[in-house]
Design a protein around this ligand. Structure first.
Ligand code: EPZ
Length: 430
């Protein structure tokens, strides 16, 4: 097994290049099922979630070619199977996008229940509601979801809560439907807009992505295209927080600064300096940062996927901060790890009360999930002494070359092999 070993206390300084957005890539890769022809996708992050999706497509009969580290060509013309086994889907949440894409193309899909990070219950009732509104019938059982329809017909779909996954799935299902689909209370995340741009380049008619009403007029055919994925908002935010938390000075390149507004605003509130340029952002800080209160919300609010990283920064800020989680029921599991490092955090329901301490101390900790794992890395970077992080496979799901990027910024971090003390049960979450 592998772990990260970090010797903390180094300021991060220099430049870092942000990779393509994982959560846009996983939607767009699934959307290639809709194309008659080859899709060439550029700026795809080289991360585990992407490799698993490519493997699923390959096993379904698609021609999948890795042109170079971040460019893939996918030809799904020869896909025959509309079934994706639980064995494959349990590794990542985004596997549920095969439901919408296969339904649109074959009017049938049977897909294993999706895995992904463990934040408590992760229902898919809104996805099901959307498919049913378009004329599909949905059955669940034996850890599989099956959707089928004689015909997909456009309709109004109103979501009871803002859901990225349900918005993506209904967009995928509706692009070839008969007539007009109107999604109300749609998610507005940057990756929703990126998916809409990709679908439109393939010949779809999707309007309003980025607002809470998306209108999709069904078309008969979609063709292949060449597309470059947007930069990863959360990877960029993670390096922004790491730069500020280590009192560093980092130019974060290949970003869309607008996507980072909510993160910049909170870092400025804490006393960090932010300079925005066309496609990069510079973050620096000097001395101890101040406390601030943060509440996670759907875009354009503060992203829930930045909540654990921000908790680390606040754990050493001056004063008491309240960090409220309003998207997921249970996203504070990682707090126990920070407490081992000397943080003073109390979780009450969906809020964490963080009393800043002057210093964290290096400790053996683990990555509970993807973003919690990134947060543990930041904790290791600011802590005094050595921190080891186990279960780093979570981090590899979504951060390309994290070790190399941090080393280039001056961090003392390495990946090491180790023999686990005892054999653990295999985790079923990705
Ligand atoms: C996406 O997950 C992201 N994953 C998550 O990022 C992110 O945390 C989340 O959106 C919120 O921004 C991908 O894009 C692959 P949701 P998703 O549907 O789509 C409830 C990461 O670290 N809900 O927007 O699964 C749900 O329980 C990952 O990259 C229902 O009740 O999230 C949650 O409370 C982790 N019924 C809220 O809505 C439904 O049918 C938002 O979930 C669907 C969702």
């Amino acid at each position: 097994m592998e772990k990260f070993v970090i010797s903390g206390g180094k300021r991060l300084c220099g430049e870092v290049e942000i990779s393509g957005a994982k959560n846009a890539a996983v939607a767009i890769i699934s959307a290639t099922i809709l194309a008659e022809g080859v899709c060439r996708l550029e700026n795809i992050p080289n991360v585990r979630d992407v490799r698993i999706l490519m493997q699923i497509l390959d096993e379904m009969g698609a021609k999948v070619r890795n042109i170079n580290k971040n460019t893939w060509e996918i030809d799904t013309s020869h896909i025959k199977s509309t079934v994706v086994s639980n064995e494959m889907t349990r590794h990542l949440r985004a596997s549920y996008y095969f439901l919408g894409a296969l339904l649109a193309r074959f009017k049938h899909a049977k897909v294993g229940m999706p895995g992904g990070c463990n934040f408590g219950v992760r229902p898919i009732d809104q996805h099901i509601k959307g498919f049913e509104a378009l004329g599909a019938s949905v059955t669940t059982g034996n850890a599989m979801v099956e959707v089928k329809a004689k015909e997909i017909v456009g309709n109004s779909v109103y979501f009871d809560m803002v859901s990225v996954g349900a918005t993506v799935n209904v967009m995928l299902a509706a692009v070839k439907a008969k007539g007009l689909t109107v999604i109300e209370n749609a998610a507005k995340e940057p990756h929703i807009v990126d998916l809409a741009n990709f679908l439109n380049l393939m010949g779809a008619d999707v309007r309003g992505a980025g607002t809470d009403i998306i209108k999709i007029r069904g078309v008969d055919r979609l063709h292949g295209c060449q597309y470059s994925i947007i930069p990863d908002q959360i990877e960029a935010g993670t390096y922004m927080v790491a730069a500020a938390a280590t009192n560093g000075d980092v130019l974060i390149k290949n970003v869309i600064p607008k996507h980072l507004d909510s993160i910049s605003a909170k870092l400025i509130e804490c006393g960090a300096q932010i300079e925005e340029f066309d496609d990069c952002i510079r973050v620096s800080s000097h001395g101890r940062l101040n406390r601030c209160h943060v509440k996670t919300m759907p875009h354009p609010g503060f992203p829930t996927d930045m909540q654990p990283q921000m908790a680390v920064l606040l754990s050493v800020a001056e004063g008491t901060s309240i960090l409220s989680e309003s998207v997921w029921d249970n996203r504070f599991r990682y707090v126990d790890q920070l407490i081992r490092m000397g943080a003073l955090i109390q979780v009450e329901g969906k809020a964490a009360i963080i009393e800043g301490v002057p210093q964290l101390k290096g400790s053996p900790i683990r990555a509970d999930d993807l973003r919690a794992g990134a947060a543990m890395v930041i904790a290791g970077l600011i802590a005094q002494g050595e921190t080891t992080i186990e279960d780093i496979h979570h981090i590899d799901r979504g951060y390309e070359d994290m070790i190399e990027k941090l080393q280039a910024l001056g961090a003392d971090i390495k990946r090491c092999e180790f023999e686990p003390a005892e054999t653990k049960a295999v985790s079923i979450v990705g």
